[in-house]
Design a binder for this molecule. Structure first.
Ligand SMILES: [Fe+2]
Ligand SMILES: [Fe+2]
Length: 224
């Protein structure tokens, strides 16, 4: 097992980031403002309108692989939905356009045969993720909010579990093309994009894992 340190609301936010900088993409997905000063995790979450238990639950899960049942009992499904909806916006409005722009800059004119398919694969991936996100925003999220408010619902969590698929496949194909066939005399930019693509793939996977392993159990416990 790992030696993950459990952070609490009274720990320093800067200490948390210094402990494991892999938290940075998560902080982005929370849209947490920088400028932490001496503030604790609790202070920063409160100022940003984020439930600190929801924050810690997600942090422990992503950084330490710990899915804390006791913490989960104290977290509202709507707070996880808020994080997930914010993450959708982050991927679609910021992360994907950023990677696409860098991908265009990394293309080598000498690879004019392959270049169009590289952009096509990337756009196909974004379109697939967008459809996946929109489905959750139209069906899953409103269902959970209604359930929490005790309002009538027309969707159910089993339907979500059955259809929740893996969206990162086109990214694997894109990485394969670049790694196997993209000989370029100026590779530095393309190496940078590859790092972005690998990180993005891991972030999308972690997003899906939070839906499956944190959100679904919370909703299941609400209806049982
Ligand atoms: Fe999602
Ligand atoms: Fe999803």
């Amino acid at each position: 097992m790992n030696h993950y340190i459990r952070f609490s609301p009274s720990d320093s936010m800067v200490d948390l980031v210094n402990y494991d900088f892999n938290i940075i993409p998560l902080l982005s997905r929370f849209s947490l403002p920088l400028g932490y000063k001496q503030n604790t995790i609790g202070d920063v979450c409160q100022q940003a309108g984020i439930d600190v238990n929801a924050f810690l639950l997600i942090i422990h899960y992503v950084l330490g692989g710990v899915n804390d049942e006791n913490l989960r009992k104290n977290v509202k499904a709507s707070d996880i939905v808020k994080f997930l909806a914010n993450s959708h916006e982050y991927f679609l409005s910021y992360k994907f356009p950023h990677i696409r722009q860098n991908l265009l800059l990394a293309l080598d004119d000498n690879q004019s045969m392959i270049n169009p398919s590289i952009i096509e694969f990337f756009d196909e991936f974004v379109a697939k993720v967008k459809r996946h996100f929109r489905y959750e925003e139209r069906h899953l999220f409103p269902y959970i909010i209604a359930l929490e408010k005790g309002e009538p619902t027309t969707y159910d969590i089993d339907t979500f579990v059955k259809q929740h698929d893996d969206v990162s496949t086109p990214l694997s194909e894109l990485k394969n093309i670049i790694l196997r066939y993209y000989a370029t005399s100026v590779p530095n930019k393309m190496y940078d994009v590859l790092v972005d693509i690998y990180n993005c793939e891991a972030d999308i996977q972690s997003h899906a894992d939070i839906e499956d392993d944190i959100l679904v159990p919370i909703v299941t416990s609400m209806i049982s």
